[in-house]
Design a protein around this ligand. Structure first.
Ligand code: FMN
Length: 502
């Protein structure tokens, strides 16, 4: 596949995309792009699309987390269960817990900005399209009045698309980076689940597949969506048949429906930039492997890892996350490196990922010097020794300690920072590169989050930080912009959680 773009009339040019990247990246502070978020303002989070609220569909199987609890970490699930696809989808997207006093109560095995889960999943099998509704624990029939467009072939595709109105409007253009990174997070979650259930997954990034997937997603009702991702799953039969689903159909109008199509210019911009991924040409689709190659297995099981995946928290009603100082082992570090080392599927994505530098600041990890280390594959090259690196990084994190907020940065064991020369990337790969970059980030970050969970650590992904503060502390060149940060450490607070898993 190449990054050659078929340009739609009016599509953002390379220069537009540079400006856009600056406005929702390093320029956001100067340009006032990020506003204070009022959590009482409604969003469309967890609202199924209008035509995906029907009374019929296919219930998902029960017992997924029991299957996973019998499966050691990094090993695949034993003999294929009945309804392998249902268990696979539940593993990837559907295992929920509620933290009763958390400001954002419901959590899944994937991280999501403010736990709003803007990425939605559709299952397309030829002419049948169903929407994965994790609250109804079902694949709900998508039933637009004119019928749903069929996906070519009679195989199985999972379509992932992000909806901007699910995130607070105050995020402005920042919603682009968050949703596109979350697509990468969800893509990896799907590929990990496919690996666990022995199913071959292939990412179809070409413009034809993206356009076809977009027609399907749009048929589900009003909403402004990112360009979708289409993942083909091999060797699976059709789910179904559809039956009446238990519980009330949610097919009435909802008070939040009016938010689904906003005339906010930042939404228009984001959708247009995301749509640049439509221009990609066809290329080979190698199997998409989510698990690291040959990591150290055992120690825990998959049910526990997915349950423990957390960005950390604060006590009742407070913002941010609190960490405490604690030693972290060299094995844990090696495991995170193994997950980070697995490139994203698709040659073009892997090439973009090859441009991204990963740097990690360490403190109390495996006897290594406190300071900055450069990641090269699974190895670290020591850089600046800085005994107070975490405290120095702390003012660069968007959330600062205050009477109602904590940021655990100063006690973090590892701060992983992805950085890239955004200008050179756009020069070399063209306008689709910004979106491809976000997918690569999400892919890598989800790996770090799962590996951290396997070792009892919190991993907080963060897109909101002060790039110009972080850059010199990590010894990055001036052209090289930090584009994502993942803060790992030991949580100071925990609380009993409600188990919503099935
Ligand atoms: C793409 C992405 C961007 C995020 N950005 C930030 C951020 O800038 N600051 C922050 O404190 N948390 C950030 N988070 C973490 C979420 O707030 C966190 O995942 C959410 O509160 C849900 O909590 P949980 O991950 O423990 O389930 C981000 C998460 C994702 C996936």
């Amino acid at each position: 596949m190449t990054a050659s773009a078929t340009t739609q009339p009016g599509a953002p040019t390379l220069a537009d995309i540079r400006r856009f990247a600056f406005r929702q990246g390093p320029g956001k502070g100067h340009l006032g792009e990020q506003h204070l978020v009022d959590d009482r303002a409604a969003t469309t989070s967890a609202l199924p699309p209008g035509w995906a609220r029907s009374a019929t569909g296919v219930p998902l199987p029960l017992g997924t987390h029991e299957l996973l609890s019998g499966t050691p970490y990094l090993e695949p699930v034993g003999p294929a269960p009945r309804d392998r696809l249902g268990h696979l989808l539940t593993t990837a997207f559907g295992l929920q817990r509620r933290e009763p006093s958390h400001r954002y109560a419901d959590h899944r095995s994937v991280a999501s900005g403010r736990a709003k889960f803007p990425v939605h999943a559709f299952l397309a099998q030829g002419p049948a399209v169903r929407y994965l509704d994790v609250y109804r624990h079902a694949l709900v029939d998508v039933t637009p009045p004119g019928g749903v467009p069929a996906v070519t072939g009679d195989g199985t595709s999972v379509l992932l698309a992000a909806r901007y109105s699910d995130l607070p409007a105050a995020y402005g253009r920042m919603r682009y980076a968050v949703t596109e990174v979350e697509l990468g997070v969800n893509l990896r979650s799907l590929c990990v689940a496919a690996d666990l259930f022995g199913v071959e997954a292939r990412l179809a990034l070409d413009g034809g597949s993206t356009a076809e997937a977009e027609t399907v997603v749009r048929s589900a009702g009003p909403g402004t969506w990112s360009a979708p991702l289409a993942v083909r799953l091999g060797g699976l039969g059709p789910v179904g048949p559809s039956t009446a689903l238990p519980g009330p159909a949610g097919n009435g109008p909802d008070s939040r429906d009016s938010l689904l199509e906003s005339d906010d210019p930042s939404v228009r911009d984001m959708a247009a930039v995301s749509a640049r991924r439509h221009g990609l040409s066809t290329g080979p689709q190698p199997p998409a492997r989510g698990l690291p190659e040959g990591g150290p297995a055992g120690g825990t099981d998959w049910a526990q890892v997915l349950w423990n995946r957390t960005a950390g928290r604060m006590p009742d009603q407070l913002y941010g996350f609190a960490l405490r100082p604690a030693e972290v082992s060299a094995d844990c570090l090696a495991d995170l490196l193994a997950w980070a080392d697995r490139p994203p599927p698709d040659r073009l994505l892997a090439e973009v990922a090859g441009r991204v530098r990963l740097t990690v600041a360490l403190q109390r990890v495996g006897g290594l010097p406190t300071g900055v280390h450069r990641v090269e594959g699974r190895e670290l090259t020591p850089g600046l020794v800085r005994p107070r690196i975490m405290a120095a990084l702390q003012p660069g994190f968007a959330q600062q300690p205050s009477p109602n907020t904590d940021s655990g940065m100063r006690h973090a064991a590892m701060v992983w920072v992805h950085s890239v020369d955004v200008d050179a990337l756009l020069d070399d790969f063209g306008p689709s590169a910004l979106g491809l970059l976000q997918l690569c980030l999400g892919w890598s970050v989800h790996g770090l989050c799962l590996a951290a969970a396997a070792h009892g650590l919190v991993a907080r992904p963060a897109r909101s930080f002060v790039e110009y503060h972080v850059q010199p502390l990590l010894g990055l060149r001036r052209e090289e912009t930090p584009v994502f940060m993942t803060v790992c450490g030991t949580s100071r607070f925990t609380e009993p959680m409600l188990d919503l898993r099935t």
